[in-house]
Design a protein around this ligand. Structure first.
Ligand code: GLY
Length: 431
């Protein structure tokens, strides 16, 4: 069978890697893919956000499955266009993808169906935002309603700063249409954790829990990024906490079904665990997390081709267990997430791969003749796999130290909350 993957980041490379190991698939295709995905898949120039282009490509290569990696094709309804033509798709239709596309929709959904989420107000005017902020204490949380490439959520100490933000979003259009509505919500202190749940319309399967590191610098300092590293599973998650998270995840799936949404794919729950070990849903995404996918997919004891196909076809879905631990370190271009230069030669990949249990997933890379060069902000995710998280982390950093490109930046403390809880952050507050 043939699979077509939409997208071109490290998450999509991890999906391509997982499918290339599947007994179910003998040909993998990707649009647009990247320099690393090209090692396991045929690349195509089709625009992954255009339903007609993707449909034409899927028909041309006789795809038996289309897997949607990033959110953009979900928002433009690519899965709906493919399903109308009978092509199995891993990824929800527009009705399910709204849980990621609109924070106001997601918060209203959670309130409606009893999913624990911080108390909130949806504001369309500065006067409404002023009223919502006046009801709260610092720190203040302000979120743009729509998609903003990870740049739409703000936590600020000063009321004046929160008001300035609301004005710039609502009146000055700082984030375009995405910020013309904002959500003001209560701040919850605690530790962030990611849960990803497979849903095939009838059945569900929770994947091992993971934790992302969103800030650019060690100690959870510096600006927010798309994610600088992740690890899985999460040893500090107690049985009781996992039970509560399972309840929330399965409650979400039941609510989707009750609302008539035939969700087929993965739903991402971004949770905050408070000091009393209560999990609160901060956000939903309608896809695998990046970099969470790079650490979760390789440790699952399944044939991912069979699993994704059965999700797409709503055939069967069983519990998914972790067989290993993984730590993933993102290597980024110097200056990311702000301005950065590209086109620098990447060296040492072969050397890094010599360590058993090291996987390298490409994001911002491309071929330039014989050379592999940087082409984006996040360049690579280097993953270490082992039966212990400590050794997985050691392997990941051994891989990282073998790789070089001008200006390379990475965090040196990925998995600190799992392996050295007292350093280097303050009091376990990851937000
Ligand atoms: N790791 C956060 C995200 O994928 O949105």
């Amino acid at each position: 069978m043939k699979a077509l993957i939409l997208g071109g980041g490290a998450r999509e490379h991890a999906i391509a890697w997982a499918l290339s190991r599947s007994k179910a698939f003998d040909e993998i295709h990707a649009a647009p893919g990247n320099g690393g995905i090209a090692e396991v898949a045929y690349l195509h120039g089709a625009n992954p956000t255009k339903g007609d282009d993707v449909l034409a490509l899927a028909k041309k290569i006789s795809a038996d499955l289309v897997v949607v990696g990033p959110e953009a094709p979900l928002m433009t309804g690519v899965p709906d266009a493919l399903r109308r033509e009978g092509i199995p798709v891993f990824g929800p239709g527009i009705d399910g993808a709204r849980l990621e596309g609109s924070k106001a929709f997601a918060k209203t959904f959670m309130l409606d169906v009893g999913i624990p989420t911080p108390s909130f107000h949806i504001c369309r005017t500065v006067a409404e935002a002023k009223e919502a902020l006046s009801l709260r204490h610092p720190p203040f949380v302000v979120k743009a309603d729509g998609l903003a490439a990870g740049k739409g959520a703000f936590v600020v100490e000063e009321l004046a700063e929160a008001m300035r933000l609301c004005r710039s979003l609502l009146e000055e259009g700082a984030l375009g249409e995405a910020g013309r509505t904002v959500v003001v919500e209560d701040y919850i202190a605690g530790r962030e954790i990611t849960a990803m749940l497979l849903i095939d319309g009838k059945n569900t399967g929770l994947l091992p829990l993971s934790q992302d590191h969103k800030r650019a610098l060690d100690g959870d300092k510096g600006p927010n990024t798309g994610g600088m590293g992740a690890y899985a599973p999460v040893p500090w998650a107690s049985k009781a906490l996992i039970g509560r998270i399972e309840e929330i995840a399965h409650g979400t799936a039941r609510a989707l079904k009750a609302k008539g949404i035939d969700y087929r794919g993965v739903i991402y729950l971004g949770l905050m665990v408070d000091r009393d070990e209560r999990p609160w849903v901060l956000e939903y995404n309608a896809r695998f997390g990046d970099p969470e996918a790079q650490v979760v997919l390789p440790i699952c004891d399944v044939d991912w081709g069979e699993v994704m196909l059965s999700v797409a076809k709503s055939e069967s879905l069983n519990a998914i267990k972790a067989k290993d631990c993984a730590v993933g370190v993102v290597m980024a271009s110097g200056g990311y997430p702000d301005r950065y230069d590209v086109g620098f030669e990447i060296s040492g990949l072969e050397e890094a791969r010599k360590t058993e249990g090291v996987l390298i997933f490409h994001a911002g890379t491309k071929r330039d003749g014989e050379k592999l060069v940087t082409s984006g902000g996040r360049v690579l995710t280097v993953v270490g796999l082992d039966s212990s998280l400590e050794e997985a982390r050691a392997k990941a950093y051994r891989g990282v130290s073998a790789i070089g490109f001008e200006g390379a930046h990475y965090r040196r403390d990925i998995a600190w909350q799992a392996l050295s809880p007292k350093t280097p952050g303050k009091g376990g507050d990851a937000r």
